[in-house]
Design a protein around this ligand. Structure first.
Ligand code: ZN
Length: 256
């Protein structure tokens, strides 16, 4: 396992040599209810003292989830769409917040969902939208600040820091799950390669939108197997102790 992290150690060395800090953040999607898998995730965050942003599906969120988070002060809650329902036609890419339904319907759902998270999680719930499947119809973008959102998180290097006024976009860039092969771990080499690719891109991109974007790790606790948990444990341990790394809390990531 240690050898698998060698390319990461190399790229972090380049940050250190040039006096730069590799900022990282951690988003875990599809949270809804307390579970042993969620306990494992929270324990990892606590053990390494690394802040975690849980993307919670409002309609599926159970009261018990609020209670499960009470003893985890470093955990923030983001809004993961509304019901995580797919409206795409068969064969098309899955999307909840897409062009298939009128904007007013989606806006109404998002507002209801945001109130639900506020009621369940209080100040821990941040005005940040994480669209299910990381997809959002462009016509919804200008509406988000009007609904009170200040942050947006999808997947891949962002094109702009502020896609519309008053909305900061910070995406995730590493997805260690092999969704095509049945939700197993992609393995340490591929996961490290994805992390290294984004960190190297930032070094090249300088101060632009892509270069200034913290590198986001996206996990899905409900499908983590033992290999995935071991990898996360190793990754958090290595990075938490590294001089050129800083793990950011969601409030800092989105400037809240
Ligand atoms: Zn999701």
């Amino acid at each position: 396992m240690t050898g698998d992290f060698a390319p990461l150690v190399d790229v972090l060395g380049r940050y250190q040599d040039t006096g730069q800090i590799a900022t990282l953040w951690w988003r875990d999607d599809d949270a809804a209810a307390p579970s042993p898998a969620l306990d494992c995730l929270l324990a990892l965050s606590a053990r390494h003292d690394v802040p975690l942003a849980l993307a919670v599906v409002p309609v599926k969120a159970e009261d018990g989830l609020g209670k499960a988070l009470e003893s985890a002060p470093a955990v923030a809650v983001l809004q993961h769409g509304y019901a995580h329902q797919n409206y795409a036609a068969t064969g098309e890419k899955k999307i909840e917040l897409g062009p298939q339904r009128p904007a007013q319907v989606i806006v109404g759902e998002l507002a209801t969902g945001s109130l639900r998270l506020e009621a369940l999680f209080g100040r821990r719930a941040l005005p940040v939208l994480v669209p299910p499947w990381n997809r959002l119809a462009p016509f919804l973008l200008p509406v988000l600040p009007e609904l009170g959102y200040r942050g947006l998180s999808q997947f891949g290097p962002r094109a702009r820091v502020t896609p519309v006024q008053q909305l900061r976009q910070v995406n995730c860039h590493v997805d260690p799950i092999d969704w095509r092969a049945g939700t197993g771990f992609i393995g340490p080499q591929k996961a490290v390669a994805a992390l290294v690719a984004h960190l190297a891109l930032r070094l090249q991109a300088g101060d632009g939108a892509a270069g200034s974007e913290p590198t986001g790790l996206m996990t899905h606790h409900a499908v983590h197997d033992e290999a995935m948990r071991r990898f996360l444990d190793g990754l958090l341990s290595l990075t938490r102790g590294h001089k050129a790394v800083r793990w950011l809390a969601a409030r800092e990531v989105f400037g809240l």
